[in-house]
Design a protein around this ligand. Structure first.
Ligand SMILES: Nc1nc2c(ncn2[C@@H]2O[C@H](COP(=O)(O)OP(=O)(O)O)[C@@H](O)[C@H]2O)c(=O)[nH]1
Ligand SMILES: [Mg+2]
Length: 280
């Protein structure tokens, strides 16, 4: 027995294996659903901007607030279903209306930095609109959702976007248009609907995605894209902020310098006047 114990003690400690969830670990900017259906020119760059990568190499860690993502759209289009598919990998076919606002947090690791997505799943019903309004504020991302099998839900998508934008007049949020329930369409219907929705998306200056919470089609990809783009935007804002404060500091330094200069001029002119005997 003691022999066994000694043997156990001599055993090297088991290696600690850190399991990364590949869905939430990003090393590159995830691509758009279709390069033709995104208003974001950075899609052509196909990766995080070089200045973003450079900024992240600096010893100073960026201070990132969680990103607020709001889902808007008619009742029963599948807002809760796509959030649940991504966060819990589950799908419920029986409908349970969201009352007021639901909230989920998902943590990402992007280029080695933690970044949280706060998902605000608002109730689509008109009667909850007054409560939901308060939750629209300070959204970094708006996901306008419609049901691909119900054309009228695409028609009201613009109305939902405008309501959300009314509460976000400062920094313009990233806008996505997501067509849900793609599994219920035939191939022809799917192609036709994508064409119509693509046009609506470009009018809304939104990036277009077709998804299905039931089959999981493109759900992970959509959330990864949201996280990647929002993260990049947050870092760009931080770079802008640091540049702004550096310039502000530069300005104060120059004005301090010019004050010293003025003072020096003043003293020397005073001294010259005193020398010349003028007392005024
Ligand atoms: N076939 C299919 N049904 C879906 C899909 N997404 C949602 N549903 C169903 O549509 C109904 C409404 O979904 P829900 O997410 O609660 O809608 P919400 O009111 O917009 O949050 C539910 O019965 C869901 O099971 C999907 O991708 N495919
Ligand atoms: Mg819901």
């Amino acid at each position: 027995m003691p022999h066994l114990l000694r043997q156990n003690l001599l055993l090297p400690a088991p290696p600690t294996v850190v399991m990364h969830d590949p869905r939430t670990h990003l090393r590159h900017l995830p691509p758009a659903y279709s390069p033709a259906q995104t208003p974001l020119s950075r899609d052509r760059e196909r990766d995080f901007a070089p200045q973003v990568r450079y900024h992240l190499e600096l010893p100073r860690r960026p201070k990132l607030r969680p990103c607020k993502v709001i889902f808007v759209g008619d009742c029963s289009v599948g807002k809760t279903a796509i959030v649940n598919r991504f966060c819990f990998d589950k799908f419920q076919s029986n409908y349970k209306a969201t009352i007021g606002v639901d909230f989920e947090l998902e943590n990402f690791s992007i280029l080695g930095h933690n970044y949280g997505l706060e998902m605000w799943d608002t109730a689509g019903q008109e009667r909850f609109k007054c409560i939901a309004g308060a939750y629209y504020r300070n959204a970094s991302v708006i996901v306008v959702t419609f049901d691909m099998t119900k054309r009228e839900t695409l028609e009201s998508a613009k109305k939902w976007l405008n309501s959300a934008l009314n509460y976000n007049t400062g920094q313009k949020p990233l806008i996505f248009l997501a067509g849900t329930k793609a599994d219920l369409l035939t191939k022809e219907e799917f192609v036709r609907m994508e064409r119509v929705a693509g046009l609506a998306a470009s009018e809304m200056q939104a990036e277009y995605w077709s998804v299905s919470a039931r089959s999981g089609f493109k759900v992970t990809e959509l959330f990864q894209r949201i996280a990647g783009l929002a993260f990049e935007e947050a870092i760009k804002q931080e770079i802008k902020y640091h540049k702004g404060t550096a310039q502000e500091k530069g300005k104060t330094d120059t004005s301090a310098k010019s004050q010293t200069f003025d003072l020096r001029n003043f003293i020397s002119s005073r001294f010259a006047r005193q020398k010349s005997g003028c007392a005024c």
